[in-house]
Design a protein around this ligand. Structure first.
Ligand code: BES
Ligand code: ZN
Ligand code: ZN
Length: 494
Protein backbone atom coordinates (compact mmCIF):
# COMPACT_ATOMS: atom_id res chain seq x y z
CA UNK A 1 0.00 0.00 0.00
CA UNK A 2 1.22 3.47 -0.86
CA UNK A 3 1.26 5.84 2.10
CA UNK A 4 1.99 9.52 1.74
CA UNK A 5 1.75 12.89 3.40
CA UNK A 6 0.27 15.92 1.66
CA UNK A 7 0.31 19.50 2.79
CA UNK A 8 -2.92 20.76 1.26
CA UNK A 9 -6.46 21.90 1.94
CA UNK A 10 -9.07 19.20 2.39
CA UNK A 11 -10.92 20.09 -0.84
CA UNK A 12 -7.77 20.09 -2.95
CA UNK A 13 -6.85 16.50 -2.29
CA UNK A 14 -7.49 14.10 -5.10
CA UNK A 15 -9.00 10.99 -3.59
CA UNK A 16 -12.01 8.66 -3.64
CA UNK A 17 -12.85 8.93 0.06
CA UNK A 18 -12.19 11.61 2.60
CA UNK A 19 -12.11 10.44 6.21
CA UNK A 20 -13.16 13.15 8.61
CA UNK A 21 -12.87 12.55 12.37
CA UNK A 22 -15.59 14.44 14.23
CA UNK A 23 -15.62 15.20 17.93
CA UNK A 24 -18.66 14.88 20.15
CA UNK A 25 -18.14 18.49 21.17
CA UNK A 26 -17.10 19.68 17.71
CA UNK A 27 -17.56 23.20 16.44
CA UNK A 28 -19.74 23.44 13.33
CA UNK A 29 -19.82 27.26 13.37
CA UNK A 30 -16.24 28.01 12.49
CA UNK A 31 -13.06 26.39 11.23
CA UNK A 32 -12.82 23.26 9.13
CA UNK A 33 -16.27 21.81 9.83
CA UNK A 34 -18.07 25.02 8.92
CA UNK A 35 -16.10 25.22 5.64
CA UNK A 36 -17.02 21.65 4.77
CA UNK A 37 -20.60 22.09 5.90
CA UNK A 38 -20.95 25.21 3.69
CA UNK A 39 -19.64 23.31 0.68
CA UNK A 40 -22.09 20.49 1.42
CA UNK A 41 -25.01 22.80 1.84
CA UNK A 42 -25.53 22.01 5.51
CA UNK A 43 -25.43 18.24 5.12
CA UNK A 44 -22.95 17.70 7.95
CA UNK A 45 -25.11 19.46 10.48
CA UNK A 46 -28.22 17.78 9.20
CA UNK A 47 -26.79 14.30 9.75
CA UNK A 48 -25.63 15.23 13.21
CA UNK A 49 -28.70 17.12 14.33
CA UNK A 50 -31.14 14.50 13.05
CA UNK A 51 -29.30 12.07 15.26
CA UNK A 52 -28.94 9.65 12.35
CA UNK A 53 -25.39 9.47 13.54
CA UNK A 54 -24.53 10.33 17.10
CA UNK A 55 -20.81 10.58 16.56
CA UNK A 56 -19.96 7.97 19.19
CA UNK A 57 -16.31 6.94 19.32
CA UNK A 58 -15.57 4.77 16.27
CA UNK A 59 -19.07 5.00 14.77
CA UNK A 60 -19.00 5.85 11.06
CA UNK A 61 -21.49 7.60 8.78
CA UNK A 62 -20.95 7.53 5.01
CA UNK A 63 -22.00 10.48 2.84
CA UNK A 64 -22.47 9.32 -0.75
CA UNK A 65 -21.51 11.53 -3.70
CA UNK A 66 -21.06 14.74 -1.72
CA UNK A 67 -22.43 17.53 -3.94
CA UNK A 68 -19.99 19.87 -5.64
CA UNK A 69 -16.87 17.91 -4.71
CA UNK A 70 -14.61 15.64 -6.75
CA UNK A 71 -14.95 12.95 -4.07
CA UNK A 72 -17.07 9.84 -4.12
CA UNK A 73 -17.56 9.45 -0.37
CA UNK A 74 -16.99 11.28 2.85
CA UNK A 75 -16.74 9.12 5.95
CA UNK A 76 -17.52 10.78 9.25
CA UNK A 77 -15.92 8.95 12.17
CA UNK A 78 -16.80 9.59 15.79
CA UNK A 79 -13.64 10.68 17.57
CA UNK A 80 -14.84 11.22 21.16
CA UNK A 81 -14.14 14.41 23.11
CA UNK A 82 -11.67 16.80 21.50
CA UNK A 83 -9.71 17.02 24.74
CA UNK A 84 -9.13 13.24 24.83
CA UNK A 85 -8.02 12.92 21.21
CA UNK A 86 -4.65 11.27 21.78
CA UNK A 87 -2.47 8.72 19.98
CA UNK A 88 -4.72 5.88 21.11
CA UNK A 89 -7.90 7.47 19.76
CA UNK A 90 -6.21 8.48 16.50
CA UNK A 91 -5.28 4.84 15.99
CA UNK A 92 -8.82 3.69 16.88
CA UNK A 93 -10.39 6.19 14.51
CA UNK A 94 -8.14 5.02 11.68
CA UNK A 95 -9.05 1.38 12.38
CA UNK A 96 -12.79 2.19 12.39
CA UNK A 97 -12.70 4.21 9.16
CA UNK A 98 -10.61 1.73 7.18
CA UNK A 99 -12.64 -1.17 8.48
CA UNK A 100 -15.72 0.57 7.16
CA UNK A 101 -14.47 1.47 3.67
CA UNK A 102 -11.96 -1.25 2.80
CA UNK A 103 -14.60 -3.42 1.14
CA UNK A 104 -15.82 -0.55 -1.07
CA UNK A 105 -14.43 -0.27 -4.57
CA UNK A 106 -12.43 2.80 -3.69
CA UNK A 107 -8.66 3.07 -4.00
CA UNK A 108 -7.47 6.40 -2.67
CA UNK A 109 -8.35 7.22 0.91
CA UNK A 110 -7.45 10.58 2.42
CA UNK A 111 -7.35 11.27 6.15
CA UNK A 112 -7.92 14.77 7.40
CA UNK A 113 -5.67 15.79 10.29
CA UNK A 114 -7.67 17.12 13.20
CA UNK A 115 -5.47 16.47 16.19
CA UNK A 116 -3.18 18.90 17.95
CA UNK A 117 -0.82 16.11 18.86
CA UNK A 118 2.68 16.26 17.38
CA UNK A 119 2.23 15.63 13.64
CA UNK A 120 4.85 12.90 13.36
CA UNK A 121 3.53 10.90 16.32
CA UNK A 122 -0.03 11.32 15.06
CA UNK A 123 0.97 10.15 11.59
CA UNK A 124 2.64 7.08 13.05
CA UNK A 125 -0.44 6.20 15.11
CA UNK A 126 -2.76 6.74 12.13
CA UNK A 127 -0.75 4.57 9.77
CA UNK A 128 -0.62 1.86 12.41
CA UNK A 129 -4.41 1.95 12.65
CA UNK A 130 -4.81 1.83 8.86
CA UNK A 131 -2.57 -1.21 8.43
CA UNK A 132 -3.95 -3.06 11.45
CA UNK A 133 -7.42 -2.73 9.92
CA UNK A 134 -6.39 -4.10 6.54
CA UNK A 135 -5.26 -7.43 8.02
CA UNK A 136 -8.41 -9.48 8.44
CA UNK A 137 -7.17 -12.77 9.86
CA UNK A 138 -9.43 -14.92 7.71
CA UNK A 139 -6.59 -16.75 5.94
CA UNK A 140 -8.33 -20.08 6.45
CA UNK A 141 -11.60 -19.14 4.77
CA UNK A 142 -12.00 -20.44 1.23
CA UNK A 143 -14.86 -18.07 0.46
CA UNK A 144 -16.20 -14.81 1.82
CA UNK A 145 -12.82 -13.47 2.74
CA UNK A 146 -12.80 -9.83 3.69
CA UNK A 147 -11.69 -7.77 0.71
CA UNK A 148 -9.50 -4.74 0.76
CA UNK A 149 -9.55 -2.41 -2.24
CA UNK A 150 -7.53 0.37 -0.70
CA UNK A 151 -4.30 1.05 -2.58
CA UNK A 152 -3.29 4.42 -1.34
CA UNK A 153 -3.55 6.36 1.91
CA UNK A 154 -2.96 10.08 1.99
CA UNK A 155 -2.58 12.01 5.22
CA UNK A 156 -3.71 15.54 4.61
CA UNK A 157 -2.88 18.51 6.76
CA UNK A 158 -3.57 22.16 5.99
CA UNK A 159 -0.57 23.14 8.11
CA UNK A 160 3.03 22.84 7.00
CA UNK A 161 4.83 20.26 9.14
CA UNK A 162 8.37 19.03 9.10
CA UNK A 163 7.88 16.83 6.06
CA UNK A 164 10.89 14.66 6.70
CA UNK A 165 9.81 13.95 10.29
CA UNK A 166 6.29 13.04 9.19
CA UNK A 167 7.52 10.79 6.40
CA UNK A 168 9.90 9.01 8.77
CA UNK A 169 7.03 8.50 11.19
CA UNK A 170 4.88 7.01 8.43
CA UNK A 171 7.69 4.61 7.61
CA UNK A 172 8.16 3.70 11.26
CA UNK A 173 4.41 3.23 11.73
CA UNK A 174 4.27 0.91 8.72
CA UNK A 175 7.07 -1.26 10.06
CA UNK A 176 5.48 -1.45 13.50
CA UNK A 177 2.05 -2.29 12.08
CA UNK A 178 3.44 -4.87 9.68
CA UNK A 179 5.26 -6.52 12.57
CA UNK A 180 2.06 -6.49 14.64
CA UNK A 181 0.16 -8.09 11.76
CA UNK A 182 2.89 -10.69 11.44
CA UNK A 183 2.43 -11.55 15.14
CA UNK A 184 -1.35 -11.67 14.63
CA UNK A 185 -0.98 -13.99 11.67
CA UNK A 186 1.27 -16.37 13.61
CA UNK A 187 -0.87 -16.39 16.75
CA UNK A 188 -3.95 -17.11 14.62
CA UNK A 189 -2.34 -20.28 13.27
CA UNK A 190 -3.83 -23.28 15.06
CA UNK A 191 -1.83 -25.92 16.90
CA UNK A 192 -1.87 -28.32 13.96
CA UNK A 193 -0.16 -25.70 11.78
CA UNK A 194 2.32 -24.10 14.15
CA UNK A 195 4.23 -26.31 16.57
CA UNK A 196 7.66 -25.64 18.11
CA UNK A 197 9.63 -26.74 15.03
CA UNK A 198 7.37 -24.68 12.77
CA UNK A 199 7.90 -21.65 14.97
CA UNK A 200 11.65 -22.21 14.71
CA UNK A 201 11.40 -22.40 10.89
CA UNK A 202 9.39 -19.20 10.93
CA UNK A 203 12.13 -17.58 13.01
CA UNK A 204 14.69 -18.79 10.47
CA UNK A 205 12.78 -17.27 7.57
CA UNK A 206 12.47 -13.95 9.39
CA UNK A 207 16.10 -13.98 10.48
CA UNK A 208 17.33 -14.63 6.93
CA UNK A 209 15.06 -12.06 5.39
CA UNK A 210 15.93 -9.23 7.76
CA UNK A 211 19.49 -10.03 8.75
CA UNK A 212 19.16 -11.29 12.30
CA UNK A 213 21.45 -14.00 13.57
CA UNK A 214 19.74 -17.14 14.68
CA UNK A 215 20.49 -20.17 16.77
CA UNK A 216 17.97 -22.94 17.36
CA UNK A 217 18.56 -25.55 20.03
CA UNK A 218 16.81 -28.91 19.78
CA UNK A 219 16.11 -31.21 22.72
CA UNK A 220 19.62 -32.74 22.89
CA UNK A 221 21.23 -29.29 23.15
CA UNK A 222 18.64 -28.13 25.66
CA UNK A 223 19.31 -31.20 27.76
CA UNK A 224 23.03 -30.62 27.58
CA UNK A 225 22.51 -27.05 28.84
CA UNK A 226 20.31 -28.34 31.65
CA UNK A 227 16.98 -26.86 30.63
CA UNK A 228 15.15 -29.69 32.33
CA UNK A 229 12.17 -27.61 33.46
CA UNK A 230 11.32 -26.67 29.86
CA UNK A 231 11.94 -30.24 28.69
CA UNK A 232 9.63 -31.59 31.40
CA UNK A 233 6.76 -29.67 29.81
CA UNK A 234 7.63 -30.93 26.32
CA UNK A 235 7.76 -34.60 27.41
CA UNK A 236 4.04 -35.19 26.92
CA UNK A 237 4.09 -34.13 23.28
CA UNK A 238 5.25 -35.89 20.13
CA UNK A 239 6.47 -32.49 18.97
CA UNK A 240 9.98 -31.80 20.25
CA UNK A 241 10.83 -28.57 22.07
CA UNK A 242 12.96 -25.80 20.60
CA UNK A 243 14.90 -22.95 22.14
CA UNK A 244 15.17 -20.07 19.68
CA UNK A 245 17.77 -17.33 20.00
CA UNK A 246 17.55 -14.29 17.72
CA UNK A 247 20.15 -11.56 17.76
CA UNK A 248 20.34 -8.02 16.44
CA UNK A 249 23.75 -6.43 16.88
CA UNK A 250 23.09 -2.75 16.20
CA UNK A 251 25.16 -1.35 19.09
CA UNK A 252 28.84 -1.59 19.94
CA UNK A 253 30.48 -4.88 20.88
CA UNK A 254 30.88 -3.68 24.44
CA UNK A 255 27.29 -2.63 24.93
CA UNK A 256 25.13 -4.78 27.24
CA UNK A 257 22.17 -6.15 25.30
CA UNK A 258 18.46 -5.94 25.94
CA UNK A 259 16.89 -9.37 26.18
CA UNK A 260 13.29 -10.09 25.22
CA UNK A 261 11.78 -13.41 26.27
CA UNK A 262 8.48 -14.78 24.93
CA UNK A 263 6.40 -17.75 26.11
CA UNK A 264 5.98 -20.08 23.15
CA UNK A 265 3.49 -22.77 24.16
CA UNK A 266 2.07 -23.62 20.73
CA UNK A 267 -0.83 -25.41 22.37
CA UNK A 268 -1.68 -25.69 26.07
CA UNK A 269 -3.95 -28.61 26.92
CA UNK A 270 -2.98 -28.23 30.58
CA UNK A 271 -1.22 -31.61 30.58
CA UNK A 272 -2.41 -34.05 33.26
CA UNK A 273 -3.91 -31.05 35.10
CA UNK A 274 -6.11 -31.02 32.02
CA UNK A 275 -8.09 -27.92 31.11
CA UNK A 276 -11.87 -28.25 30.71
CA UNK A 277 -12.95 -28.08 27.04
CA UNK A 278 -14.09 -24.45 27.01
CA UNK A 279 -10.82 -23.24 28.53
CA UNK A 280 -8.77 -25.35 26.09
CA UNK A 281 -10.54 -24.16 22.94
CA UNK A 282 -8.43 -21.09 22.46
CA UNK A 283 -5.09 -22.35 23.72
CA UNK A 284 -3.35 -21.94 20.38
CA UNK A 285 -2.89 -18.35 21.59
CA UNK A 286 -0.53 -19.52 24.30
CA UNK A 287 2.35 -18.70 21.95
CA UNK A 288 1.41 -14.99 21.83
CA UNK A 289 4.42 -13.86 23.86
CA UNK A 290 6.76 -15.74 21.54
CA UNK A 291 5.12 -14.23 18.46
CA UNK A 292 5.38 -10.73 19.94
CA UNK A 293 9.10 -11.25 20.52
CA UNK A 294 9.69 -12.67 17.02
CA UNK A 295 7.72 -9.84 15.43
CA UNK A 296 9.47 -7.23 17.58
CA UNK A 297 12.86 -8.61 16.50
CA UNK A 298 11.73 -8.31 12.88
CA UNK A 299 10.85 -4.64 13.41
CA UNK A 300 14.07 -3.93 15.36
CA UNK A 301 16.04 -5.30 12.39
CA UNK A 302 13.99 -3.44 9.77
CA UNK A 303 14.34 -0.18 11.67
CA UNK A 304 18.08 -0.81 12.03
CA UNK A 305 18.01 0.22 15.70
CA UNK A 306 21.43 1.04 17.10
CA UNK A 307 21.04 -1.32 20.02
CA UNK A 308 22.03 -4.86 20.84
CA UNK A 309 18.88 -6.91 21.24
CA UNK A 310 18.45 -10.61 21.89
CA UNK A 311 15.16 -12.48 21.55
CA UNK A 312 14.81 -15.75 23.48
CA UNK A 313 11.90 -18.04 22.66
CA UNK A 314 11.45 -21.27 24.59
CA UNK A 315 8.80 -23.21 22.70
CA UNK A 316 6.94 -26.42 23.57
CA UNK A 317 3.58 -28.08 23.25
CA UNK A 318 1.86 -28.99 26.55
CA UNK A 319 0.12 -32.36 26.04
CA UNK A 320 -0.74 -35.61 27.80
CA UNK A 321 0.74 -39.05 27.12
CA UNK A 322 2.44 -41.91 28.94
CA UNK A 323 5.61 -39.84 28.92
CA UNK A 324 4.11 -36.60 30.15
CA UNK A 325 5.13 -35.10 33.49
CA UNK A 326 2.92 -35.91 36.47
CA UNK A 327 1.59 -33.56 39.12
CA UNK A 328 4.04 -33.95 41.99
CA UNK A 329 7.11 -34.47 39.80
CA UNK A 330 10.24 -32.61 40.83
CA UNK A 331 12.52 -31.16 38.16
CA UNK A 332 15.89 -29.41 38.30
CA UNK A 333 15.87 -26.20 36.30
CA UNK A 334 18.80 -24.63 34.45
CA UNK A 335 19.39 -22.31 37.42
CA UNK A 336 20.06 -25.37 39.61
CA UNK A 337 16.90 -24.77 41.63
CA UNK A 338 14.47 -27.66 42.00
CA UNK A 339 10.79 -27.19 41.25
CA UNK A 340 7.88 -29.23 42.57
CA UNK A 341 5.40 -29.32 39.68
CA UNK A 342 2.07 -29.56 41.45
CA UNK A 343 0.05 -28.37 38.47
CA UNK A 344 1.12 -29.24 34.93
CA UNK A 345 -1.07 -26.42 33.60
CA UNK A 346 1.30 -23.89 35.18
CA UNK A 347 3.75 -24.76 32.40
CA UNK A 348 4.58 -21.30 31.06
CA UNK A 349 6.58 -20.41 34.14
CA UNK A 350 8.62 -23.63 33.79
CA UNK A 351 9.82 -22.81 30.28
CA UNK A 352 10.33 -19.14 31.21
CA UNK A 353 12.34 -20.15 34.30
CA UNK A 354 14.93 -21.79 32.06
CA UNK A 355 14.88 -18.97 29.52
CA UNK A 356 15.38 -16.33 32.24
CA UNK A 357 18.21 -18.33 33.79
CA UNK A 358 19.76 -18.56 30.30
CA UNK A 359 19.38 -14.80 29.80
CA UNK A 360 21.74 -14.16 32.71
CA UNK A 361 24.76 -15.20 30.69
CA UNK A 362 24.35 -12.13 28.46
CA UNK A 363 24.64 -9.77 31.47
CA UNK A 364 21.80 -7.76 29.97
CA UNK A 365 21.03 -4.11 30.63
CA UNK A 366 17.37 -5.15 30.87
CA UNK A 367 15.22 -8.23 30.43
CA UNK A 368 11.55 -8.10 29.54
CA UNK A 369 9.50 -11.26 29.32
CA UNK A 370 6.03 -11.44 27.87
CA UNK A 371 3.60 -14.32 28.30
CA UNK A 372 -0.03 -15.41 28.33
CA UNK A 373 0.73 -16.60 31.83
CA UNK A 374 -2.34 -16.65 34.07
CA UNK A 375 -6.12 -16.71 33.99
CA UNK A 376 -5.85 -14.76 37.25
CA UNK A 377 -4.49 -11.78 35.34
CA UNK A 378 -7.58 -11.87 33.12
CA UNK A 379 -9.76 -11.92 36.25
CA UNK A 380 -7.90 -8.86 37.55
CA UNK A 381 -7.71 -6.72 34.39
CA UNK A 382 -10.18 -8.31 31.91
CA UNK A 383 -9.45 -7.72 28.22
CA UNK A 384 -8.36 -4.12 28.59
CA UNK A 385 -4.88 -4.04 30.11
CA UNK A 386 -2.00 -6.44 30.49
CA UNK A 387 -0.36 -6.79 33.91
CA UNK A 388 3.22 -5.64 34.33
CA UNK A 389 5.66 -6.47 37.13
CA UNK A 390 9.12 -4.97 37.51
CA UNK A 391 12.04 -5.18 39.91
CA UNK A 392 13.49 -2.00 38.43
CA UNK A 393 11.91 1.46 38.28
CA UNK A 394 13.60 2.63 35.10
CA UNK A 395 12.47 -0.43 33.16
CA UNK A 396 8.96 0.10 34.42
CA UNK A 397 9.09 3.77 33.37
CA UNK A 398 10.40 2.74 29.94
CA UNK A 399 7.56 0.28 29.48
CA UNK A 400 5.02 2.86 30.55
CA UNK A 401 6.32 5.32 28.02
CA UNK A 402 6.37 2.58 25.35
CA UNK A 403 2.78 1.71 26.22
CA UNK A 404 1.72 5.35 25.90
CA UNK A 405 3.23 5.50 22.41
CA UNK A 406 1.84 2.16 21.26
CA UNK A 407 -1.65 2.41 22.75
CA UNK A 408 -1.32 -1.07 24.28
CA UNK A 409 -2.34 -0.66 27.89
CA UNK A 410 -0.46 -1.90 30.96
CA UNK A 411 -1.17 -1.89 34.67
CA UNK A 412 1.45 -2.48 37.34
CA UNK A 413 0.98 -5.29 39.86
CA UNK A 414 3.10 -5.91 42.97
CA UNK A 415 6.05 -8.17 43.83
CA UNK A 416 6.09 -7.85 47.64
CA UNK A 417 8.26 -10.42 49.37
CA UNK A 418 5.24 -11.62 51.40
CA UNK A 419 3.88 -13.34 48.26
CA UNK A 420 6.93 -15.56 47.96
CA UNK A 421 5.84 -17.68 50.97
CA UNK A 422 2.91 -18.99 48.94
CA UNK A 423 5.41 -20.84 46.76
CA UNK A 424 7.30 -22.58 49.58
CA UNK A 425 7.61 -26.32 48.99
CA UNK A 426 8.22 -28.90 51.70
CA UNK A 427 10.47 -31.01 49.54
CA UNK A 428 11.88 -28.82 46.74
CA UNK A 429 13.21 -25.25 46.42
CA UNK A 430 9.93 -23.90 45.08
CA UNK A 431 6.55 -25.15 43.89
CA UNK A 432 5.03 -24.06 40.62
CA UNK A 433 1.65 -22.93 41.97
CA UNK A 434 0.75 -20.63 44.83
CA UNK A 435 -2.81 -21.57 45.65
CA UNK A 436 -6.06 -19.87 44.95
CA UNK A 437 -5.37 -16.18 45.51
CA UNK A 438 -3.26 -13.67 43.65
CA UNK A 439 -2.42 -16.06 40.83
CA UNK A 440 -0.90 -13.44 38.53
CA UNK A 441 1.35 -12.23 41.36
CA UNK A 442 2.53 -15.66 42.50
CA UNK A 443 3.34 -16.53 38.86
CA UNK A 444 5.47 -13.39 38.65
CA UNK A 445 7.12 -14.20 42.00
CA UNK A 446 7.95 -17.63 40.60
CA UNK A 447 9.68 -16.05 37.59
CA UNK A 448 11.54 -13.59 39.82
CA UNK A 449 13.25 -16.56 41.45
CA UNK A 450 15.12 -17.20 38.17
CA UNK A 451 16.02 -13.61 37.32
CA UNK A 452 18.98 -13.25 39.68
CA UNK A 453 20.42 -9.72 39.66
CA UNK A 454 19.10 -8.73 36.23
CA UNK A 455 16.92 -5.60 35.90
CA UNK A 456 13.71 -7.24 34.79
CA UNK A 457 10.06 -6.76 33.93
CA UNK A 458 7.36 -9.32 33.20
CA UNK A 459 4.24 -8.67 31.12
CA UNK A 460 1.28 -11.01 31.67
CA UNK A 461 -0.78 -10.60 28.51
CA UNK A 462 -3.27 -13.44 29.07
CA UNK A 463 -6.29 -11.11 28.84
CA UNK A 464 -5.27 -9.12 25.79
CA UNK A 465 -4.01 -11.71 23.31
CA UNK A 466 -7.27 -11.61 21.32
CA UNK A 467 -9.98 -9.16 20.36
CA UNK A 468 -13.37 -9.53 22.04
CA UNK A 469 -17.05 -8.93 21.27
CA UNK A 470 -17.40 -5.28 20.45
CA UNK A 471 -13.92 -4.78 18.98
CA UNK A 472 -13.82 -3.84 15.29
CA UNK A 473 -11.16 -6.48 14.58
CA UNK A 474 -11.08 -10.23 15.20
CA UNK A 475 -8.62 -12.89 16.29
CA UNK A 476 -5.20 -12.18 17.71
CA UNK A 477 -4.23 -8.62 18.67
CA UNK A 478 -0.46 -8.94 18.23
CA UNK A 479 -0.23 -7.28 21.65
CA UNK A 480 3.24 -6.52 22.90
CA UNK A 481 4.97 -6.26 19.54
CA UNK A 482 4.85 -2.47 19.49
CA UNK A 483 5.48 -2.03 23.22
CA UNK A 484 8.67 -4.08 22.92
CA UNK A 485 9.91 -2.16 19.86
CA UNK A 486 9.12 1.22 21.43
CA UNK A 487 10.80 0.10 24.65
CA UNK A 488 13.96 -0.94 22.83
CA UNK A 489 13.97 2.18 20.63
CA UNK A 490 13.85 4.60 23.55
CA UNK A 491 15.90 2.63 26.07
CA UNK A 492 18.68 4.63 27.71
CA UNK A 493 21.40 2.73 29.49
CA UNK A 494 22.38 3.83 32.99
N1 BES B 1 -1.96 -20.47 29.26
C1 BES B 1 -2.56 -20.43 30.54
C2 BES B 1 -3.04 -19.04 30.94
C3 BES B 1 -4.13 -18.40 30.10
C4 BES B 1 -5.41 -18.34 30.58
C5 BES B 1 -3.82 -17.80 28.90
C6 BES B 1 -6.40 -17.71 29.84
C7 BES B 1 -4.81 -17.19 28.14
C8 BES B 1 -6.09 -17.12 28.62
C9 BES B 1 -1.57 -20.90 31.60
O1 BES B 1 -0.62 -21.81 31.18
C10 BES B 1 -2.36 -21.55 32.69
O2 BES B 1 -3.03 -22.49 32.41
N2 BES B 1 -2.28 -21.01 33.89
C11 BES B 1 -3.00 -21.53 34.99
C12 BES B 1 -2.11 -21.44 36.20
C13 BES B 1 -2.64 -22.12 37.42
C14 BES B 1 -2.67 -23.63 37.21
C15 BES B 1 -1.78 -21.78 38.60
C16 BES B 1 -4.24 -20.68 35.21
O3 BES B 1 -4.16 -19.47 35.04
O4 BES B 1 -5.28 -21.25 35.52
ZN1 ZN C 1 -1.30 -23.84 31.27
ZN1 ZN D 1 -0.08 -21.75 29.18
Amino acid sequence: MKIEFQHSQWDQTECDVLVLPIFEDDDYQSGLLSQIDDKLDGLLREVRENEEWKGKMGDCAVLYRPPGLPLRRIVLVGAGQREHYDLGTIREVAVAAVNRVKSYHLKRVAFCRRSRVDAALAAQAAVEGVLLATYSGDDFKTEDRAKNFIEEIIFVSPEAHDRQAVEEALHRGSILAEATNYARYLVNQPGNCVNPSKLAEEARTTAEKYGLSLEVMGEPEMEEEGMLAALAVARGSDEPARFIILRHQGGGDEEAPLVLVGKGVTFDSGGYSLKPPAAMEDMKVDKSGACAVLAAMQAVARLGLKKNVIGLIPTVENMVSGRAQRPGDIVRSLSGKTIEVLNTDAEGRLILADALAYAQRYKPAAVVDIATLTGACVVALAHVRAGVFANDESIFAGLEEASRRSGERLWRLPLDRQYRKLLDSDIADIKNVGGRWGGAVTAAKFLEEFVGEMPWAHIDMAGVDSFHESAPLKGATGFGTRILVEFVSHFQAG
